[in-house]
Design a protein around this ligand. Structure first.
Ligand code: GDP
Length: 486
């Protein structure tokens, strides 16, 4: 079977033309294209909304030097470079976050982008200071889509074999039982029938969706578009499922088996490859957001799965290492940041522990990115801080608690919250040794976790919305942008 890899000549040539276009465009104004990804609910939408607001609204950003030194003269949203990509709905998301309802915005479902033009002063140096301009493109896309990259290296038979093995064991066995039952007695050599294909694809997708829910928390199994279809929901490109090996059926072009194999190939060629070529390969820097706290609460299997998913996400970095491109624009992605989101759910004394855990979870992915020559960092952050810290005295002991307004319907023991009342919560401590995460011999205590409403918006002294409170968003900006504003 011919192997269909990203490094073939046609792709390299097309990649080169897209990159060349970006390269030439960058002469008019330097551009920086930052990808923001992460699995569903990791915090991408909230992060980008907060980041754009901090830049264009002049947030409190002491660690982001260009801002702290007053060198950012103006930052404004301008027309994006790719009219065929959805615009990131910043204004809508900010209105949802800060409007009277104070809700969290609609999460990422597809790719979108937004451009910010920054006018800045260079720091005074040997040659005096000077004015500079930077066009910053932020590209938001589901991390699930990156999980598809390893598919490019396998054919339908190999993918079916691997997938059927992994859905038959561990926490996936029960959610996929209805799909596996459908395979019993199925005649894959029978003439292809769209209704049969659809029923199989739906049962397979239902298994993926159940595995992703909060209690099980498994996301690493592709195809990623089955979980995050974007604009392809219901299309034949997503109407396939793995089938057991059946040589006779495979060889009959009119069979169900052959149709499934064709659709798998179509998916790779027309869905996975174009995304990589047109979007991923053009990124200069990458932020990968990770909801470590939810994975801890879902348990060790979810943590192991998260580690696998993040390693697969960064599998993309193998691509291009030996291509002719790397000599022209190498390395294409020069900085990668892994960030643990929602750090406002724990006390600040635990932030370094959260960072250490993320470092451990991403160690293999980090090693891979390092091999590709990228600068790396790991951070714990809250893009929007929904809590404050309080001390609660109980039975002579002082507990480090967090306080906020839990979302209506959230429960803590017998307490059901109304969305108005503030509550203080002792979240507990993360283990001081991150190795506990993967050591089945040691207990792993869940963090007490409530979903809080976004904070009450503050009015700035000069009028308008005051900057949103955050944790370490400024350090993230310094890592991502600092060197480009010098
Ligand atoms: P996406 O699927 O990656 O786009 O995830 P979202 O940005 O929509 O975030 C998912 C949910 O996580 C939100 O609805 C919030 O409940 C929560 N969340 C995300 N970021 C933060 C944060 O900085 N602080 C708090 N407290 N919650 C957050």
């Amino acid at each position: 079977m011919a192997r269909d890899t990203l490094s073939d000549w046609t792709d390299t040539a097309r990649l080169a033309s897209a990159s060349l276009f970006d390269y030439l465009a960058s002469f008019s104004m330097p551009t920086l294209r930052i990808g923001v990804t992460g699995l569903s609910r990791a915090g991408k939408t909230v992060f980008i909304t907060a980041l754009v607001h901090a830049l264009v609204g002049g947030g409190r950003l002491p660690v982001f030097r260009a801002a702290a030194e007053g060198r950012i003269a103006r930052a404004r949203i301008v027309e994006q470079p790719d009219p065929n990509v959805a615009r990131f709905a910043y204004e809508d998301h900010l209105a949802t976050l800060t409007g009277p309802e104070r809700d969290w915005p609609q999460s990422t479902r597809q790719i979108s982008q937004i451009r910010i033009e920054i006018d800045y002063e260079r720091p005074a140096g040997w040659f005096g200071s000077g004015k500079g301009q930077l066009a910053l493109d932020i590209v938001d896309y589901p991390g699930e889509w990156l999980l598809d990259l390893p598919l490019l290296d396998v054919d339908y038979a190999a993918w079916s074999r691997q997938t059927l093995a992994s859905i038959g064991e561990g926490a996936r066995a029960v959610p996929f039982a209805p799909f596996r039952e459908r395979l019993v007695g199925l005649d894959a050599g029978a003439p292809a029938d769209e209704m049969v294909a659809r029923a199989l694809a739906e049962a397979f997708t239902a298994g993926l969706v159940t595995c992703r829910n909060a209690e099980i928390g498994l996301s690493s199994l592709p195809p990623g578009r089955f979980l995050m279809p974007g604009d392809l929901a219901g299309s034949p490109a997503l109407t396939f499922a793995p089938l057991p090996p059946d040589t006779a059926a495979e060889q009959r072009p009119t069979s169900l088996h052959a149709m499934m194999a064709r659709r798998f190939d179509f998916y790779k060629l027309h869905v996975v490859k174009p995304f990589f070529r047109e979007h991923f390969a053009r990124l200069d820097r990458q932020v990968v957001l990770v909801d470590v706290l939810s994975a801890i609460n879902a348990g060790r299997e979810a943590l192991g799965d998260l580690e696998l998913a993040l390693t697969d996400v960064l599998a993309a970095y193998r691509v291009g290492q030996n291509s002719i491109l790397s000599t022209l624009f190498a390395p294409r992605i020069d900085k990668v940041l892994f960030a643990a989101t929602k750090a406002d759910h724990i006390h600040h004394a635990n932030h370094d522990r959260l960072e250490a855990m993320l470092r451990l979870i991403t160690r293999r992915a980090l090693a891979r990115a390092q091999g590709a020559g990228s600068a790396l960092d790991v951070a714990a952050l809250a893009a929007v801080r929904a809590t404050r810290e309080v001390e609660v005295k109980r039975k002579g002991e002082t507990l480090d608690c967090i306080a906020g307004i839990p979302i209506k319907g959230e429960r803590l023991g017998a307490d059901v919250f109304d969305g108005v009342r503030e509550a203080a919560l002792y979240p507990g401590d993360l283990p001081d040794n991150p190795a506990v995460l993967f050591d089945p011999a040691r207990p792993l205590d869940p963090i007490r976790f409530l979903r809080f409403r976004p904070p009450v918006p503050q009015i700035a002294r000069e009028g308008g919305l005051a900057p949103l409170a955050h944790i370490r968003l400024d350090a993230v900006l310094e890592f991502l942008l600092g060197d480009k504003l010098n």
